[in-house]
Design a protein around this ligand. Structure first.
Ligand SMILES: *Cc1c(COP(=O)(O)O)cnc(C)c1O
Length: 366
């Protein structure tokens, strides 16, 4: 649930009127609801309270420092993909032992920064990266815990742009190569293979792909255990979807319940398993809006256009992959207004009457 609601015929964020708010900040403006961010984080994290776990917010979903500070204060960790995101997480007060470093293109400088900061895990995505990290760890004389990000050949069954766990994708290491790669890592003196990692994509609206991934990872953890390689961190990545229009993704409670059930009785390594989760969209996707103002309405040929002060640079989703993003009026008119559609895209989003508009995905079940 989010805190963007109508009251007295006007859209409010928490108990603030949006027209009042934009009088001081102007438009276009991104407006985030603190209560919503806290609520979404707590509902997600709380859903896993019966399992040893760490919720590492995926910084790329929104790297605003004020947001990161909120999650840091709530005890969250961070999933980062660059040195810049590392700096932001640390600046937001993150404990490095709650940071995991993902990403397919980490540079030597970035690896060194993560090693020196002492992050919890570096999610290695290729053999050349493994060898580079080994040299970096040796240079700084640090023992570095690593995971391999594995490509399990399981489709996220969402948008092709949002699928990352099939052989067509650049991400991770083919799961069939996992055993030799872990064995190789275990022989490197400064590296400690301690985790296993998978992120198959985003906007996933069913539990099926997650269950399939867990099955493969559990199997691999057991086989690694027999080789004397003890995995104590199972990182399931992010990917839980949200409602933009009519999707009905699992509620975080359901997501956690099913994962918990799959892990029941599974101890993995002798020291047990800590689950790592990297949610992004599900925490922040419905916690903010873009408020824009209608500037002009004009006719071009037979078409009538409403021009706002926010463009594709402010909200790239619909134009990037033809996705639906709702537009609602800040002050709905009394009369049933005209229907308008996105001009950048096919007729997907409607706004009932011009006025100050805002783009708000509809609320998640949380
Ligand atoms: C994008 C990303 C996430 C977060 O995905 P959401 O769908 O926003 O939950 C988590 N982990 C990695 C490695 C990512 O690239």
């Amino acid at each position: 649930m989010h805190y963007f609601q109508y009251s007295q015929r006007e859209l409010h964020v928490e108990d603030l009127s949006l027209s009042h708010l934009v009088k001081s900040v102007g438009t276009p403006a991104y407006i985030y609801s603190y209560q919503t961010l806290v609520r979404h984080f707590q509902i997600f994290d709380g859903a896993f309270s019966s399992l040893p776990h760490l919720t590492c917010y995926s910084v790329k979903a929104n790297s605003n420092l004020a947001l990161l500070r909120i999650f840091s204060r709530l005890g969250g960790g961070f999933d980062i993909v660059s040195q810049g995101e590392l700096a932001r997480a640390l600046q937001a007060g993150a404990d490095p032992r709650r940071i995991v470093f993902s990403g397919v293109g980490k540079t030597e400088t970035e690896l060194a920064a993560a090693v020196r900061a002492g992050v919890l895990l570096i999610n290695v995505e290729s053999v050349p990266e493994l060898l580079l990290l080994s040299r970096v760890a040796k240079r700084w004389k640090r023992r570095v815990r690593i995971s391999f990000r594995l490509n399990p050949d399981i489709s996220a069954e969402s948008h092709p742009y949002l699928t990352t766990g099939t052989p067509e994708n650049k991400f991770g290491i083919d799961i069939k190569q996992a055993l030799p790669v872990y064995r190789r890592a275990a022989r490197l003196p400064f590296l400690e293979p301690a985790g296993i990692d998978c992120h198959i994509g985003s906007q996933i609206t069913s539990m099926k792909p997650f269950i399939a991934v867990l099955g493969k990872l559990k199997n691999l953890i057991s086989r690694l255990g027999r080789l004397g390689i003890n995995i104590s961190y199972l990182d399931l990545g992010g990917g839980l979807g949200i409602t933009y229009r009519d999707e009905s993704p699992p509620h975080p409670d359901e997501y956690a319940r099913v994962i918990g059930k799959e892990l029941q009785g599974f101890t993995g390594s002798p020291s047990g398993i800590t689950l790592i989760l990297e949610p992004g969209r599900v925490i922040v996707g419905n916690a903010g809006i873009l408020v824009a103002r209608v500037l002009y309405s004009k006719k071009v040929g037979r078409k009538e256009f409403v021009i706002t002060d926010a463009g594709m640079n402010d909200l790239i989703r619909p134009a990037l992959y033809d996705s639906f993003h709702d537009i609602i009026p800040v002050r709905p008119g009394k009369a049933p207004g005209k229907r308008w559609t996105w001009s950048a895209q096919s007729a997907k989003a409607g706004i009932s009457s011009p006025g100050i508009g805002s783009c708000l995905p509809s609320g998640p079940g949380t």
